[in-house]
Design a protein around this ligand. Sequence first.
Ligand SMILES: [Zn+2]
Length: 275
Amino acid sequence: MPELPEVETVRRGLHAHVVGRKIVSATQLHPRALNPKSIDTLDILSGAKVLDTKRRGKFLWFVLDRPYVLSAHLGMSGQFLIDPADQRHTRAQFTLKKGLKTTALHFNDQRTFGWVSIEEATNGLPRSVQGIAPDIFEDECDLDAVVASIHKRNVSIKTAILNQNIVSGIGNIYADESLWLAKVHPEFRANEMKPAQIRRVLDCAKEVMCRALEVGGTSFDELYIKVNGESGYFDISLNAYGQEGEPCPRCGKQISRIKFANRSSHFCPKCQRLI
Ligand SMILES: [Zn+2]
């Protein structure tokens, strides 16, 4: 599932192809492509100019010369692709134009958990993003407040950093990688941790996601690819996520996998102890 670095990579890729262009047509091709909360159908976009692209956590949106935005969530397998050859999973199609140049932008989504939506925006934020906390890369993200919020929770540290209302953008991959780097067991109770330790987990999350961004996100399966159709390369450098049975790169002990809160967690039982 695309997390912050993957969605940011998609946004950066899209930016150059859409900003300053006019949407001449927008067509929904699958009933689940449009979020049920969308305030209108996609054809309302006809004639709108794209002014900017924005992202918070795993949400991205196109700022338009209109009182609404076109927002998107990639879900499990959503992709934005420019002029793709393979159109089997195209769920919505946009034609953009600048001068004589026409670009076909496809929203592909094999598993159909992703969506696009027309939304009103307040203070620059689409409605679906209003309850989502700033992500760790935003200036609005107050890390001391995030630490304090996590410190109050009687949940595991992993559950806390996955909570998009506390800090957004971290999903299962980067949670496991951040906790491995910070040497913190995923089931450690958040309210039993020292604030400095929580801060270290967040600093590690930022570091891991920065490194992933530099290489264009993680290609954990074939379904995440950049707008130009290339895969990200971060999977080469995963230390814990998906590495069950492999030696911990730090100590050599086998990486374990446990299940809690309906998710798999990968960690080193030697480096990341519960007590
Ligand atoms: Zn280890």
